[in-house]
Ligand binder design. Structure first.
Ligand SMILES: O=C(O)COP(=O)(O)O
Ligand SMILES: [Mg+2]
Length: 220
């Protein structure tokens, strides 16, 4: 069997505008000011705990365990609600449906927690497209540790597999897991494309199915 595993934020969905709204709501409530969208977008990819630490540092506050726990709780309470500004990237759903039609099993490997992941996938009516979901709180380890990606591949029971992601974190995860990696250039990466490990790159999801066919040939 063949499979393809996707990252979520910055790969399938542009979630930064909602993450930005929720972060500013909790910062404002604590009198800590606000951050602009590019700043918050640059903090996404390593999970909620890292996002909140980066926000606290960026507003010049002192991080205490209490403040971090409080902001994380409040952030998730707001963010797990109905998505307001989040969008699927153009062609992403169609590319997944094309690959499923070719017989690929499809997984998700994100650092976003399970509840928030399920909420956004259900909102867009795409949760049933996935045969395996590995989220930021599924295992003790998170990307760039290779364990979550390996776990997703095990759950899919596939031998040939490609991973699709947008960031430094995904490139490192794929390299450490020794999995073929397709880099989506339209997400939240900070380094230039050339600086990141990848086997293929694409700017639009129309280009993805043939790339996956090459990196992980379809089931016969
Ligand atoms: O940082 C997060 O919470 C999630 O990011 P990811 O979906 O790109 O892994
Ligand atoms: Mg990402």
């Amino acid at each position: 069997m063949s499979g393809v595993v996707f990252d979520l934020d910055g790969t399938l969905i542009d979630s930064a505008p909602d993450i930005h709204l929720a972060a500013n709501e909790v910062l404002r409530a604590e009198g800590l000011g606000e951050l602009d969208l590019p700043t918050v977008r640059s903090f996404i990819g390593n999970g909620v705990a890292v996002l909140i630490s980066r926000c606290i540092e960026a507003v010049g506050a002192e991080e205490t365990p209490q403040l971090h726990a409080h902001l994380s709780r409040e952030f998730l309470r707001i963010y797990e609600g109905e998505p307001r500004l989040t969008r699927l990237y153009p062609g992403a759903e169609e590319a997944i449906r094309t690959l499923k039609g070719q017989g690929y099993r499809v997984g998700l490997c994100t650092n976003k927690p399970e509840a928030a992941t399920a909420a956004v996938l259900e909102h867009f009516g795409v949760i049933d497209l996935f045969d395996a979901l590995v989220c930021g709180d599924t295992l003790p380890a998170r990307k760039p540790d290779p364990a979550p990606l390996r776990h997703a591949i095990e759950e899919l029971s596939v031998r040939r597999v490609a991973y699709v992601g947008d960031s430094e974190v995904d490139a490192e995860t794929a390299e450490r897991a020794k999995v073929a990696f397709a880099l989506y250039t339209g997400g939240y990466r900070k380094a230039p494309v050339e600086a990141l490990y990848h086997d293929a790159r694409f700017d639009h999801f129309d280009e993805l199915p043939p790339i996956v066919n090459r990196l992980a040939p379809p089931p016969e």
